[in-house]
Design a protein around this ligand. Structure first.
Ligand SMILES: [Zn+2]
Length: 90
């Protein structure tokens, strides 16, 4: 079973197990979610929020540049995936 993350509005997010791909190879229908491994905050982002200069970077390079807004740690995990749940849809 893949790990499921709870988002706002009782939505649930399931990350796809990408192997550190380049951002521009991830299909645009994937949602982007950031987890802070230091404080556990999970938050949704728009891909457009990732700076232009990082749009062709490896995921691990982007993670290394992200700082948590809550605790200021630089331990981000950037995930791409899809939503499940709601009314039984999957
Ligand atoms: Zn944090």
């Amino acid at each position: 079973m893949p790990k499921v993350y709870s988002l706002l509005g009782q939505r649930r997010f399931v990350p796809i197990e990408w192997r550190d791909p380049n951002l521009n190879t991830i299909p645009h229908n994937n949602m982007a979610v950031i987890e802070c491994l230091a404080c556990g905050v999970v938050r949704e982002i728009e891909r457009a929020q990732i700076p232009e200069r990082l749009q062709h970077s490896q995921i691990s390079d982007i993670e290394a540049r992200m700082k948590c807004k809550a605790c200021e740690a630089k331990q981000a995990r950037l995930m791409f995936g899809y939503l499940v749940g709601g009314d039984g849809a999957s």
